[in-house]
Design a protein around this ligand. Sequence first.
Ligand code: GLN
Length: 198
Amino acid sequence: MSPSPTVGVLALQGDVREHTDALSALGVRVQSVRTPAELEGVEALVLPGGESTTLGMLLRSSGLDGPLRERLAGGMPAFGTCAGMILLATTVLDGRADQVPLAAIDIVVRRNAFGRQLESFESDLSITGLDSPMHAVFIRAPIVERYGEGVRVLAAVEYREELRPVVCQEGRVLIASFHPELTSDRRLHELFLTHIGI
Ligand code: GLN
């Protein structure tokens, strides 16, 4: 990796500004990614929360879908939060029929998995690698229903008497089903940067 790598933020829809601010606050050079040419200029990519079905359509209409799949298959590090996590999964449950995830991390996710009563909630989450809990904001959040052998679960929440993974890592891909970009705690962004050697 070059001495001062550029981290991209997928800037089609969603919490783009918040991720950009979080990364900038950590001293990282950030590039908004809306086109294949902008994707070429980044060494890693953050995929924000928003609406995964809309993001999927915009990926296709912007021409980013194919090049992004290629970069991820080639090992580009990525960090997806909420809708971004859904995009990076291998399989999406309760998605739209035309939702074809990017398959960058071996997880099966269910959209809007916490049901109506718990549509949005906050929780102090213990995350492996962080020395104290992180306040986590979940908004119509997905959960990980199944994961492959290579996936490390870094945090989980109890739902319907089962522990459900909400932060996972496989290689240089990190996902969170909550929104670390919406609070001032930068430690999960920092953990991503550490994992990828920035
Ligand atoms: N439920 C949304 C989706 O399916 C994700 C919500 C979010 O990113 N806050 O894309």
